[in-house]
Design a binder for this molecule. Structure first.
Ligand SMILES: *[C@@H]1O[C@H](CO)[C@@H](O)[C@H](O)[C@H]1NC(C)=O
Ligand SMILES: *[C@@H]1O[C@H](CO)[C@@H](O)[C@H](O)[C@H]1NC(C)=O
Ligand SMILES: *[C@@H]1O[C@H](CO)[C@@H](O)[C@H](O)[C@H]1NC(C)=O
Ligand SMILES: *[C@@H]1O[C@H](CO)[C@@H](O)[C@H](O)[C@H]1NC(C)=O
Ligand SMILES: *[C@@H]1O[C@H](CO)[C@@H](O)[C@H](O)[C@H]1NC(C)=O
Length: 682
């Protein structure tokens, strides 16, 4: 104790400076928790002295510097001093006692104190009252964003560029690049080179930045935008593990970089987790207006449907900056031609990084209303309805659009109807031929089922209504990435995958079975709907999952579940008996599990006792068997992605059954690895 006290005094290892105290070159402030140090440093091969804050990793290196005070005016020797000036501001003085930097706050009561907080924030506050903060380094950052910093987002303020790069790896003075937020439509993170945009993250959708192709789990956990009050809010970041030393910075050569300090097996270094722009398509507007960049295609640029290169020769030489122009004017723009008054239509593009400069329209977020709004203004060129954002419309050029192999968003571009028709003629012809083939196959299947008897059929008393085989036309998007060729048709029509026959239940009948979805019959509530117990005429008990109508969400999960579970047969997977689609109502009907779910036992102090070791072992084994089937033995390779106690149902003999496949993802038969674009489940 004696020695550590002694050392503390010796190095001035305090975390505050008060009026009258000073930090001379060579002395430091050390934050509580000892993560951060404030002091003087020099870049390599230079005698210039800067006051800065750095991560204390035991290895002093420039890379660890997170904030610099006098970045524009270095001190040429070691005579500098940091102290609180007469006006109460934190100031840096050189050997001649000239102030070369000041925190520049307007301070009324001059008795102030500065403290280096454990977050790395240097704050200047009124000595008698720590709540009165006059200035803080988190509001006056250099090139680094740290957990705990609030990045203001304010529609009235417009773009903000709070972070400025260093001039070079060895020169903290302000460089050519800056990083900040553009609040337009929905906030985006941007990098600028001077005034030119260099990279953007895509729109914040409440969960992720929609334009970052491979947001890994690490990266996206922890971002949040506070609720906006009077149009302004704050972005914050909380690292998944609060012991991690993490930072985001704009590097001197113009990249957004996220890195984490790693120490294992004697390795001590900053490891880069994210780097943007990550590929050539990430460079802003690589393919010009109305161009689409796709990093996995060659050439990377192509024009949107209905557009051709503006300068064909430059374009073919790989100079895409000229972009593309419309082949046929929009009808609303060419009022002259009488016979062409059949209006404009829209064309869907999938897996897109949405173009820049959208306008947000407050509407009920239906495709129809948004489309209507776009048609109302002749300068509207595209619209998109995005969960978490709403109806977005674009006026004028569509710039910086990208096509991802998977993920991304769907948007609709406006074209003259003649351009849409031109394509449809071909599609109709092709579809006609395909259609005949499909019909023929269906006929065969139907005949086959008729002959064999319907294997999947249930006692007629269960059915309570009509039993019509349904065909699911579109397949889970994630499961069918298309890497090349036409993006335009993907996920639509051209790759219909048929489902085994699934009984359709009558809505009225389910209403009666569940006593009109009464509260007493409620079994539980999931992410996408409520589950009710029901009893059909034949006294057969069922569980009915009713998708919540209010959220547009859930439709994908509904489809995934139908597609997956109807194809799976295993004693440790819950069995789907049928579904019901009537207007807005979408329901899944399962076998009823009298013993509810595993969490009901595990987390209840009295019921816990009912599970002895033998039962627990049987349950564990059953879950493992179910998983083995999903991962390896079934025809599809499936990752459940939401496995938790509440999704393990128990039948009357306490056999476990895995349920809730809404979040699941299908893998290719021999695919072992994939990236995901969103956080899901558990
Ligand atoms: C402080 O304010 C003065 C005058 O307004 C200005 O010249 C100076 O650059 C400012 N210093 C800082 C560090 O902002
Ligand atoms: C400044 O405030 C501190 C803490 O309240 C007090 O101890 C000190 O005497 C004050 N100094 C002056 C010059 O008023
Ligand atoms: C910054 O811009 C200047 C002038 O355009 C240029 O000479 C310099 O190379 C640029 N620096 C970096 C790091 O790009
Ligand atoms: C690329 O094309 C644009 C016009 O399309 C032209 O202005 C520019 O000079 C070209 N750049 C190069 C490097 O050829
Ligand atoms: C259409 O949009 C343009 C550009 O934003 C605007 O100037 C114009 O007033 C709009 N027209 C109508 C009819 O809303």
């Amino acid at each position: 104790m004696f020695i550590s006290c002694f050392l503390t005094l010796f190095c001035h290892a305090d975390n505050v400076i008060t009026q009258g105290q000073s930090i001379k070159d060579g002395q430091t402030l050390i934050s509580d928790g000892q993560n951060f140090v404030l002091g003087f440093f020099s870049p390599e091969n230079s005698s210039s002295r800067y006051v800065g804050i750095w991560y204390d990793n035991g290895i002093p290196d420039l890379y660890s510097v997170i904030w610099v005070a006098n970045r524009e005016r270095p001190i040429s020797d070691k005579s500098g001093v940091l102290r609180i000036g007469d006006d109460g501001n934190l100031m840096v003085f050189d050997g001649k006692n000239d102030a070369i930097w000041s925190s520049n706050a307007s301070i009324t009561l001059k008795n102030t104190t500065a403290e280096l907080e454990s977050t790395g924030n240097l704050i200047l506050f009124r000595s008698e009252d720590k709540e009165t903060v006059y200035w803080q380094s988190f509001n006056d950052p250099t090139d680094t964003y740290l957990a705990g910093m609030r990045l203001a987002v304010n529609a009235e303020m417009g773009e903000t560029h709070p972070f400025t790069s260093w001039k070079s790896a060895n020169d903290p003075s302000p460089g050519n690049y800056s990083m900040g937020v553009d609040p337009r439509a929905s906030p985006q993170i941007l990098i600028w080179e001077g005034k030119e945009r260099r990279w953007r993250s895509g729109y914040w959708d409440g969960r992720i930045f929609s334009g970052i192709a491979n947001m890994t789990g690490n990266y996206l956990y922890g971002f949040a935008l506070s609720d906006k009050v009077n149009g302004s809010g704050n972005f914050t970041y909380t690292p998944p593990n609060n012991k991690d030393k993490l930072r985001f910075r704009i590097t001197w050569d113009g990249y957004e970089e996220q890195s984490r300090w790693v120490e294992d097996n004697g390795d001590k270094m900053w490891s880069v987790i994210q780097y943007q722009p990550a590929n050539v398509c990430e460079h802003y507007n690589k393919c010009g207006a109305f161009g689409i960049c796709s990093a996995v295609d060659s050439p990377i640029c192509r024009c949107m449907k209905g557009f051709v290169p503006r300068y064909a020769d430059q374009w073919s030489r790989g100079n895409w900056s000229g972009g593309c122009i419309r082949t046929t004017q929009l009808n609303c723009q060419s009022k002259l031609s009488e016979e062409n008054d059949d209006g404009d239509g829209f064309y869907k593009l999938h897996f897109m990084k949405l173009p820049d400069f959208a306008d947000l329209v407050t509407l009920n977020n239906s495709d129809e209303a948004c489309e209507e709004r776009c048609l109302q203004n002749c300068s509207c060129t595209a619209y998109a309805v995005i969960t978490g954002i709403g109806c977005m419309i674009w006026k004028g050029d569509l710039v910086d659009a990208q096509h991802f192999p998977k993920g991304g968003n769907r948007m609709h571009i406006r074209l003259a109807n003649s351009d849409l028709l031109g394509n449809e003629v071909i599609i109709i012809a092709v579809a006609g031929v395909l259609g005949l083939g499909v019909l023929f196959i269906l006929l065969l299947c139907w005949l086959k089922t008729k002959l064999k008897g319907n294997i999947l059929s249930f006692p007629s008393s269960w059915r309570c209504g009509h039993d019509i085989p349904i065909l699911e036309q579109s397949r889970s998007r994630e499961s069918s990435p298309r890497f090349s060729g036409s993006v335009d048709l993907s996920a639509e029509g051209d790759q219909a995958s048929s489902l085994p026959e699934l009984p359709i239940f009558n809505f009225n009948c389910l209403q009666i079975a569940t006593s009109y979805f009464s509260e007493e019959n409620k079994l539980g509530e999931g992410g996408f709907g409520t589950v009710y117990k029901g009893k059909l005429q034949g006294e057969q008990e069922i569980a009915v999952k009713r998708l919540s109508r209010r959220s547009g969400q859930g439709l994908d999960e509904f489809k995934t579940e139908i597609i997956l579970i109807s194809k799976l047969q295993h004693r440790n997977l819950v069995r789907l008996l049928g579904c019901c689609i009537q207007g807005e109502e979408k329901m899944l009907i399962y076998e009823y599990m009298p013993n509810k779910s595993l969490d009901y036992f595990l987390f209840d102090t009295t019921k816990q006792a009912l599970l002895d070791w033998r039962k627990r072992f049987t349950i564990i084994e059953g879950i493992a068997r179910g998983l083995l089937y999903l991962h390896r033995d079934s025809r599809l390779r499936i990752i459940h992605r939401d496995l938790k106690a509440s999704n393990i149902l128990l039948d009357k003999d306490m056999n476990p059954k895995i349920s809730d496949f809404g979040m699941a993802r299908i893998f290719g038969g021999n695919q072992h690895e994939a990236n995901t674009n969103r956080v899901v489940g558990t």
